[in-house]
Write a protein that binds this ligand. Structure first.
Ligand code: MN
Length: 210
């Protein structure tokens, strides 16, 4: 009896741990970001692509030391396929929660000050961020991050890369994988990037800069 009970507890623990990475819920309706991001793109990007990364990651970390780590730690300590899936879950969690149909147009508070100090103006920052995003070859991400001293930096990351690997704090991320925009903008990546500024939730993004 005891061994059956122990086996059951172990199985339940395994199951619980194996489910510890979950698909984030969107803080808006699937069609709320139209016309900048269509309902169809949200359905596929969140419901299929991100769900796929979540499922793959849970399978891959089951029974490994990674299953007891939080997402950032997994990204910082893994490589190969686990890194790719964990990086993409972290990237998309930050990405999907930085939008709002009622987003304010401008950064706020300390972040606004830091952007003005580094780039002279918000418009100059946007130009630089767009330029880095359009020139990224292939699939990847552009990030605004801060270092330990609060200095802002724009980096380009290939594929599933996230700035936490280099000890940075990611604040704002643009997904330049074609799956993020191809249905709505086809090959016009720059048009998609320009439109994204209209739905940034600067309250949420500014709060990431501490
Ligand atoms: Mn994506």
């Amino acid at each position: 009896m005891k061994s059956i009970f122990t086996t059951l507890v172990l199985l339940m623990t395994f199951y619980a741990n194996a489910q510890n990475i979950t698909l984030i819920e969107l803080p808006y309706a699937n069609n709320a970001l139209e016309p900048v991001i269509s309902e169809k793109t949200i359905e596929l990007h969140h419901g299929k692509h991100l769900q796929g990364y979540v499922n793959n990651l849970n399978k891959q970390i089951a029974g490994t030391p990674f299953e007891n780590m939080d997402l950032v730690e997994i990204v910082q300590k893994s490589n190969g396929s686990i890194f790719n899936n964990a990086g993409q879950v972290l990237n998309h969690n930050l990405y999907f929660t930085q939008f709002s149909p009622n987003g304010s147009n401008q950064p706020k508070g300390k972040l606004a000050d830091a952007i003005n100090q580094k780039w002279g103006s918000f418009d100059n920052f946007k130009k630089e961020f767009n330029s880095e995003s359009t020139s990224l070859f292939g699939s990847g991400w552009t990030w605004l991050s801060s270092d330990k001293n609060g200095n802002l930096i724009i980096t380009k990351e290939m594929n599933a890369g996230n700035p936490v690997t280099n000890g940075l704090n990611p604040i704002l991320g643009f997904d330049v994988w074609e799956h993020a925009y191809y249905i709505d903008y086809q090959n016009k990546r720059a048009d998609h990037l320009n439109a994204l500024w209209n739905i940034i939730d600067w309250d949420t993004v500014s709060n990431r800069y501490q």
